[in-house]
Ligand binder design. Structure first.
Ligand SMILES: [Zn+2]
Length: 481
């Protein structure tokens, strides 16, 4: 009985775990490692096992760092089922096709250069055909529906409260005549009070907890402040005749922002200016939210009944064609524009920034993490001049970062989850080393827990954590006593 930490252990991307039990092998997640192109490509090509020898795969959620390498798995011989919640199953076609498109476009771009140098062509990590083959293997199911898997292992998904359809997993491995070793997989853990989503479901009485620690050393602003911060920012920018430009990821954050806007407009708390979601992908994802409305929380249902839709209200314009997108960039009318990508590295947001960044009436509202060396981070840092499409622009627009937006539990929320799960053993994964080390120390100091920080590639023997066999029943008392 072995647990193999194949990826996303001491990194925050490339989540990949393998359970070996008797003759069965079950893969949990097959995420894409994201980093510098050359290194990422090598890591993503190397799975670390024979895909044909895997008996089943279980997927936590539709973020690319958890599902984005599935086409590599399938391309290399995996043809069994991929188990995911039905909302995740509906998001996967959008996510994997988009990812395949990026891989193909990237290879085509590189090949323009290599052709000129007479070098062998670059092969994409995977193609649209590989993504389509992967989608045929998806088996959707509901939260709390026990999945019987090979080897007698049972996996039950519960709500992670992270993004639509995201699941924490209870993995029960049979042992000691009728008993089970209970492993909880907590990647990724969401937050309480996030818009649209239910709060994370608390798993309890766990033998082994394998948990993410992305923000193990950080506290977020309260999620309940997000709407008010958004309202104040919008009022200020529109009040001076400016536009509000919101760079965001197409999955999750875009729908959260729209949800808050629906709430604010429904109560007349912001002006009725044009609102654009300039992202065909975000449009498609909004459709998945509509289809899976039963995944949404009670507050969303209440707002839905008064406003009609919480992700696709009729006053909102989704732009599909580049021409439509261009007509918004050239317009000076005060408006709210939501566009990908979240860190301003590519996508349509670049056109909006190019036309709007030099106007001091405009507001660039950052609602997500901005990694080092991205345009988003340079804007966040308030650099006086930034480059967009190779040209230099003066950063004159106002820049504001809202820290209340995050889909990941922070240090305190993670601590509470681990405490209430009452595990006997904890492995912290999915975090940079300093985040993991700091959180591990907190768990050791406050909860006296046995905590380990595995590295990618580590293999752990789970037999050491088996619950003790049941004690033999005492002999019945004799009639004389
Ligand atoms: Zn995630």
């Amino acid at each position: 009985m072995k647990w193999h930490f194949l990826g996303g252990a001491d990194t925050v991307t490339g989540s990949k775990h393998l359970l070996e039990f008797d003759d069965s092998r079950i893969l949990f997640d097959c995420g894409m490692f994201q980093g510098r192109r050359k290194e990422s490509n090598e890591i993503n090509k190397t799975l670390g096992f024979d895909p044909a020898a895997i008996d089943a795969m279980v997927l936590s959620h539709a973020h690319i760092d958890h599902c984005g390498n599935i086409p590599v798995l399938v391309k290399n011989g995996y043809h069994k089922s991929i188990h995911a919640t039905s909302a995740t199953a509906d998001l996967l076609p959008i996510m994997l096709r988009d990812s395949a498109h990026i891989q193909e476009a990237d290879a085509a771009y590189l090949n323009q250069k290599t052709n000129r140098r007479g070098q062998p062509p670059v092969v994409p990590l995977y193609t649209l055909a590989d993504a389509e083959a992967s989608l045929k293997l998806i088996r959707p199911h509901d939260y709390k529906e026990p999945l019987p898997l090979p080897g007698g292992v049972v996996v039950t998904h519960v709500d992670a409260g992270h993004i639509l359809g995201a699941a924490l997993a209870l993995v029960e491995i049979p042992c000691n005549g009728g008993d089970f070793l209970r492993i909880a997989l907590v990647f990724d853990l969401g937050r309480r009070n996030l818009p649209l989503l239910h709060d994370p479901f608390q798993l309890q009485d766990i033998d082994i907890l394998i948990a993410e620690s992305t923000y193990g050393d950080r506290l977020h602003d309260n999620a309940l402040n997000a709407r008010e911060e958004l309202r104040e920012a919008i009022i200020r920018a529109l009040g001076r005749g400016g536009k509000v430009l919101i760079p965001t990821f197409a999955l999750g954050r875009a729908q959260e922002i729209v949800y808050h806007l629906v709430h604010l407009r429904d109560r007349g708390e912001i002006p009725s200016v044009p609102v654009y979601v300039d992202s065909p992908m975000a449009h498609a994802i909004a459709g998945v939210f509509e289809k899976n409305a039963d995944y949404l929380d009670e507050e969303s249902h209440a707002l839905r009944s008064s406003a009609g839709s919480v992700v696709k209200p009729d006053w909102l314009t989704f732009t599909e064609s580049v021409e439509e997108s261009k007509s918004i960039t050239s317009s000076k009318t005060p408006s709210i524009v939501i566009a990908a990508s979240g860190m301003c590295e590519h996508g349509r947001i670049l056109h909006h920034l190019k036309h709007g960044i030099e106007d001091e009436k405009n507001l660039i509202l950052l609602v997500g993490y901005q990694a080092m060396n991205t345009l988003g981070r340079r804007i966040q840092n308030g650099e006086k001049k930034v480059r967009i499409f190779g040209d230099e622009f003066a950063l004159k627009a106002e820049v504001q970062t809202l820290h209340s937006f995050s889909a990941h539990a922070d240090r305190l929320e993670l601590f509470r989850y681990v405490r209430d799960a009452k595990p006997k053993k904890v492995f912290l994964v999915h975090g940079e080393q300093d985040q993991r080390a700091s959180f591990a120390q907190l768990l050791r100091d406050q909860l006296h827990l046995d905590v380990e920080l595995p590295a990618n590639g580590d293999k752990v023997d789970l037999s050491a954590f088996l619950p003790p066999p049941p004690a033999p029943s005492p002999s019945p008392p004799s009639s004389q006593s």
